[in-house]
Design a protein around this ligand. Structure first.
Ligand code: GDP
Ligand code: CA
Length: 307
């Protein structure tokens, strides 16, 4: 069995761990978001790919929810003391990865090949592909102006309401090598409980990937990132309220028109399943509080595979 998972960072990474627990690393390919990628201090940072790598390598800081465990911040402290750019928190261990990746990209290696090398070096057996090797960047239009993703999310603490999400470079972006084949060759496609607008959205902005999903002959199942209409973390609920008009399962499903056959929703949202149309609801507990919970959620989503 081949499972393709479209994933953002932290929420997606948790879910991917559950999927890998159930079907194994060999059967799982992750297509990750690069719309959040950012150049900081001359370094190329791919926060969502790194969250997945760190989670699968067992290096993630579960307490903080992002970055590496056992992290120190000496380099960033020096940057700040010297009046450098320190708004984007990069720990010492994390920086090591960004140094290696940046050098490879500057030498002309595609992001997908470099990601593969990082995965191998970290002992991650799951195939992790960026959606594209091309430059694709998420922008948010807000009442306070337009901001690149990390400026809105990190520097401004995603306080601005979002009127529109745009993807710079989407017209020219081609799928990374293997990404199209992953979707076309999958027995099941899963959309992680990641932010539909800024995590899964940029992946689907790659036209050939979106078209591959539209013409799929296998089920595609999304997992809602909302519990009781609220995001577990981050701005997904506020974005849905403003951009889709609500935070019910139908509003989440509405982010994926024609792209999903089922939506996994939390028990807390089970009384509000109207308006889903062709999309079949799968009701379960969706809070990934530990390995068991991650696994159960993955099993619920994977249950859509015809025997
Ligand atoms: P990011 O790229 O690091 O922001 O992470 P993602 O976009 O992949 O994940 C963020 C989303 O994950 C948020 O909208 C959260 O509501 C959702 N999320 C985080 N933990 C859980 C969980 O345990 N269960 C569910 N259903 N959603 C979660
Ligand atoms: Ca992200």
């Amino acid at each position: 069995m081949n499972v393709a998972v479209l994933s953002g960072g932290v929420g997606g990474a948790r879910f991917v761990r559950g999927v890998v627990d159930v079907v194994g690393a060999e059967a799982t390919t992750v297509i990750g978001n690069v719309g959040d990628d950012v150049e900081v201090l001359g370094l190329h940072v791919s926060p969502d790919l790194d969250s997945i790598l760190y989670a699968l390598a067992g290096l993630a800081d579960e307490q903080r929810g992002w970055g590496r465990s056992d992290e120190t911040w000496n380099a960033l402290g020096t940057v700040g003391a010297l009046g450098g750019e320190d708004w984007f928190a990069l720990g010492d261990r994390d920086l090591g990865l960004h140094l290696v990746r940046t050098q490879a990209l500057q030498a002309g290696e595609p992001l997908s090949a470099m990601t593969q090398r990082l995965a191998e070096a970290l002992g991650v057996a799951v195939r992790l592909l960026p959606a594209t090797d091309d430059r694709l960047r998420t922008w948010l239009d807000t009442p306070a102006g337009s901001f690149p993703f990390q400026e809105w999310f990190v520097a401004r603490g995603h306080r601005d309401e979002v009127d529109a999400v745009r993807f710079e470079g989407e017209e020219a972006a081609r799928p990374a090598p293997g990404a199209l084949e992953t979707i076309d060759g999958a027995d099941l496609v899963l959309l992680a409980p990641s932010n539909p607008y800024v995590s899964v959205g940029p992946i689907l902005a790659v036209r050939e990937l979106r078209e591959a999903l539209l013409r799929r002959s296998v089920p595609c199942v999304a997992v809602s990132p909302l519990i009781g209409g609220r995001a577990v973390k981050g701005p997904a609920d506020r974005m849905l309220q403003r951009l889709a008009g609500g935070t019910s399962p139908r509003h989440v499903a509405g982010c994926y028109p024609g792209l999903i056959d089922a939506l996994v929703v939390d028990e807390a949202d089970a009384d509000d399943l109207e308006g889903l149309g062709e999309v079949r609801p799968i009701v379960t507990r969706t809070l990934m509080s530990d390995a068991d919970a991650r696994r159960r959620l993955a099993e619920a989503a994977l249950g859509a595979v015809p025997a």
